[in-house]
Design a protein around this ligand. Structure first.
Ligand code: NAP
Length: 230
């Protein structure tokens, strides 16, 4: 089955990699993009910046309970979501002895629990319709095989997002492809201007995973469209 006339929701679409993913999906023409930002102004500006090719929607990921309720409201207003891109993320610095518990709490809520809540709500419909794609924008810093090498709250939350990827892929069956990726080091507010990749380059593997064919992989972790170790 092709992705014709699918609906895709991209979190954190107002800037950075999320903006590039929303742009990449909307310019294909056959996918209706819901570009999510945490504020009404951000949603409005994002839709304008995408030239009207996407619908701007408000979605704050700070509270997983509210996220689930909001996800149901979004489907009631915009119809079923077929492609979910969990892109939004936060990064707090500090190793495990030098980071506030509050920073770990918000990192887990935005980077891990909100993607889980969105996947539960939208994934149920995808499974019932026998088609769906869930893309979790993770990080090599969340990889055990790469040594959980980032700041503690970030690495812990992204490692947990990787676990969410495997667990939800198991629950959603083979018609719904759930995968995680590392975008590389990308020039965004989070990555800084010294990073070696443009947002468009950082978006490439996410766009590939969002539009996988029916025989594509599920429950995997990718960088540059290649499987990598967890
Ligand atoms: P970015 O430019 O800092 O953008 C982060 C996005 O997340 C923004 O749209 C931000 O919205 C949104 N966000 C943060 N907290 C939110 C909340 N509570 N509710 C809703 N939205 C929220 O970062 P980026 O580099 O594009 O990162 C995108 C993803 O790639 C993240 O998951 C990040 O961990 C991952 N990643 C990035 C790099 C890199 O080198 N840049 C490397 C590996 C992985 P506001 O504008 O409202 O804050």
């Amino acid at each position: 089955m092709s992705t014709d006339r699918r609906v895709a929701l991209v979190t954190g679409a107002n800037r950075g990699i999320g903006r590039a993913i929303a742009h990449g999906l909307s310019k294909r023409g056959e996918i209706r993009v819901l570009a999510a930002a945490r504020s009404a102004a951000g949603a409005h500006d994002t839709a304008e910046a995408l030239g009207g090719a996407a619908v701007g929607i408000v979605l704050d990921l700070s509270d997983p309970q509210e996220v689930a309720a909001r996800a149901k409201a979004i489907e009631a207003e915009h119809g079923p979501v077929d492609i979910l891109i969990n892109n939004a993320g936060v990064l707090y610095s500090g190793d495990a002895l030098n980071v506030d518990v509050e920073a770990l709490d918000i990192s887990l809520r935005v980077n891990t629990m909100a993607p889980f809540a969105l996947t539960q709500v939208f994934g149920a419909g995808m499974k019932a319709r026998n088609w769906g794609r869930v893309v979790n924008v993770s990080s090599g810093w969340g990889s055990f095989s790469e040594g959980l090498a980032g700041p503690a709250a970030y690495s812990i939350s992204k490692a947990a997002l990787n676990a969410v990827t495997v667990s939800t892929a198991q629950a959603l069956g083979h018609h719904v492809k759930v995968n995680a990726l590392c975008p590389g080091w990308v020039r965004t507010r989070m990555g800084g201007q010294s990073a070696d990749r443009s947002p468009e380059e950082g978006a490439d593997t996410a766009l590939w995973l969002a539009t996988l064919p029916d025989d594509g992989p599920t429950g995997g972790f990718f960088r540059d469209r290649q499987a990598v170790e967890w």
